[in-house]
Design a protein around this ligand. Structure first.
Ligand SMILES: Cc1cc2nc3c(=O)[nH]c(=O)nc-3n(C[C@H](O)[C@H](O)[C@H](O)COP(=O)(O)O)c2cc1C
Length: 228
């Protein structure tokens, strides 16, 4: 990310913060704010992979990132950056770059060419456009390799992403913790993210076309009572 953009984003977020109620950790959400109960949020969050085009108000994005930055960290180091992408041109650039990888895979591993290759690529493009990249915004969660305790970043990063996803759910937005579907190198290249940062995940965010249902293992499978 070039420094100018980073400053611009920072400035716009700081400007936005002034108008966001409930931003301080100790402050309650204002009355009338749609806020589901903790248990509604936890029980109903599921990964979302298709979104309505409605834009997300800036203050909602800021509230969600505010929740993320309150996650615990080793030694309180708070090593994150949250890159917000709403520019459709940048989201399209991610699609173009991802499709280059798909094409290489289809050619070199699946040995496709000609019409068959074209057909598969069109399918992949539609699937990205109607799926992950139908979201009006993307948040890239990053950790700073120059943080105070960089060896702990791999715990601190996903914790913040988890908070972010739950906060988004509480506000009616869907997210998905993406890793390999958009590999780190690809994401960093397209969004011009400096080497200093490690990508934790990239998450599209938006109003879900529907809330998916996903079976989970039984609770009893997880509990070890006193000893194995
Ligand atoms: C470490 C990690 C990596 C993931 N990578 C991807 C990914 O690359 N693409 C994707 O669509 N979902 C990815 N997911 C989302 C999982 O597929 C999803 O969380 C899981 O299937 C459980 O579904 P739920 O989130 O709806 O409960 C990832 C999740 C985690 C925690």
């Amino acid at each position: 990310m070039d420094r100018r953009n980073s400053l611009k984003l920072g400035a716009s977020i700081v400007a936005g913060m002034a108008i966001v109620p409930g931003l301080n950790a100790s402050e309650k959400m204002p009355e009338g704010q749609p806020m589901e109960s903790f248990w509604d949020v936890v029980l109903n969050r599921r990964s979302v992979r298709a979104f309505k085009p409605d834009p997300i108000p800036e203050e909602d994005l800021i509230k969600i990132i505010n929740a993320a930055r309150l996650a615990p960290t080793s030694g309180n180091q708070q090593p994150w950056k949250f890159l917000i992408i709403r520019d459709r041109k940048k989201i399209d650039a991610l699609k173009t770059e991802a499709l280059k990888g798909t094409e290489a895979y289809l050619r070199d591993t699946r040995n496709l060419s000609g019409d068959e290759l074209k057909k598969q690529l069109e399918k992949s493009e539609a699937s990205l456009a109607n799926g992950y990249l139908s979201a009006p915004a993307i948040i890239v969660v990053l950790t700073d390799n120059n943080s105070r305790y960089p060896t702990y970043n791999h715990w601190d990063g996903p914790l913040a992403a988890g908070y972010m996803m739950l906060a988004a759910r509480a506000m009616g937005y869907g997210t998905v913790f993406i890793t390999d579907s958009f590999p780190e190198e690809l994401t960093k290249k397209v969004f011009n993210i400096p080497d200093q940062y490690t990508r934790v995940c990239i998450s599209p965010i938006g109003i879900p076309v529907e809330w998916p249902k996903k079976e989970k293992k039984d609770l009893a499978e997880f509990i070890v009572n006193e000893s194995f």
